[in-house]
Write a protein that binds this ligand. Sequence first.
Ligand code: RP5
Length: 167
Amino acid sequence: MKKILIIIGSDSDFPVIKDSLSILKRFGIEADTIVCSAHRTPDQAAKSAREAKDKGYGVIIAAAGLAAHLPGVIAAYTTLPVIGVPIASGPLNGTDALYSIVQMPSGVPVAAVTIDGGTNAALLAVQILAVENSELSEKLYAYKSELRSSVERKNMVLKSRIADLDK
Ligand code: RP5
């Protein structure tokens, strides 16, 4: 199966990516994580993006904060799908990164997830790989069914809390 490459702009972005790693682990997908900055190490960013496909990666997750150009720069050098994760670092709490990532010019798409959305980034990566992998698809159905059960549980708890109001 294809692997996932996770690129973070700084080690300070790692807490968000821990959420991605636990999702990928749950689905049994191998991932490599590296620090590489579009601004501090631009040559390395281009190299990592260019080599990713030949190294067996199927999707790249790129997470960065502030003026977050990393996902866009990575997308410029590869045909692999790139998922950008805006990180809530700095005084603008990630809105700067969100706009930087989502406002890509026509021709170079990046799929942006929520600010600090490490979980959704990994799930989207799994869904992309699942297009060609029925075993992964089954696991995704099971995941969604767990989500459904958790909402059903919430409704039961809510119902009893509302009933308690009348006591
Ligand atoms: C961005 O600058 C990184 O992605 C990080 O979110 C932010 C701060 O980086 P550090 O100063 O913590 O290295 O490029």
